[in-house]
Design a binder for this molecule. Structure first.
Ligand code: OGA
Ligand code: MN
Length: 205
């Protein structure tokens, strides 16, 4: 699926599912890098909120994250970042998105972890424009859980799409428009989650 096709899908329905967004070698390298840095205990428990309201809340989200350092990307991370950069430019050109930069982190859900229904846009901010999630899991089975559930009509629980976190699949959606949650995973679940962000939209307390 080309960047133009992703842009068309975002314009039409606000979200897009793109299987095989990265090549297999990049995918397996990214997964190995995430596993290695997890083993080196570089991940930390994810928190919720912003600024002084930042706190850990395993009852809401049970994943651990590691931010990517854009000044020191590995070759595989640079391949993925360049693809998202191309997508960002296409979205800016076709949707007048005004996305200025990209933030990316690895996320790892241990078995049993989930992330309750939420919006990616923090209260009082509009910085996050497009959410981008690339799954790094090999051989994910339907019984493994961990689906991303996107609510397609507000937070009305009657209408949703469930997305299996197959390795190589990229999910993109407009950050301010879609409530979503991660259903409990039954085996460790890896991804790179990121956001295309607007300029000068930082949190003002
Ligand atoms: C998030 C999130 C979804 C997923 O990190 O904010 O909603 O499928 N992740 O990992
Ligand atoms: Mn989210």
């Amino acid at each position: 699926m080309s960047a133009e096709q992703i842009a068309a899908s975002l314009a039409q329905q606000g979200f897009c599912i793109t299987p095989d967004f990265v090549d297999n070698r990049t995918l397996t390298t990214l997964a190995a890098e995430a596993e290695q840095r997890w083993t080196q205990q570089e991940f930390r428990t994810a928190r919720i909120g912003t600024g002084t309201h930042l706190h850990t809340a395993a009852a809401i989200r049970g994943d651990a994250i590691l931010w990517l350092d854009h000044g020191a990307l590995t070759a595989a991370q640079a391949v993925y970042a360049a693809q998202l950069e191309q997508l960002r430019q296409t979205l800016n050109g076709t949707l007048f998105l005004g996305a200025f930069d990209l933030e990316l982190h690895f996320a790892r859900y241990p078995a049993g972890a989930y992330y309750s229904k939420h919006l990616d846009r923090h209260a009082g901010t509009q910085a996050r424009l497009v959410s981008c999630i690339l799954y790094l899991n090999q051989g994910w089975q339907s019984g493994d859980g961990g689906e991303l559930r996107i609510y397609t009509a507000g937070d009305d629980s009657a209408s949703y799409a469930d997305i299996t976190p197959h390795g190589g699949t990229l999910v993109t959606f407009l950050s301010g428009d879609f409530y979503h949650e991660v259903l409990p995973a039954r085996r460790p679940r890896l991804s790179i989650t990121g956001w295309m962000r607007a300029r000068n939209q930082h949190y003002l307390p």
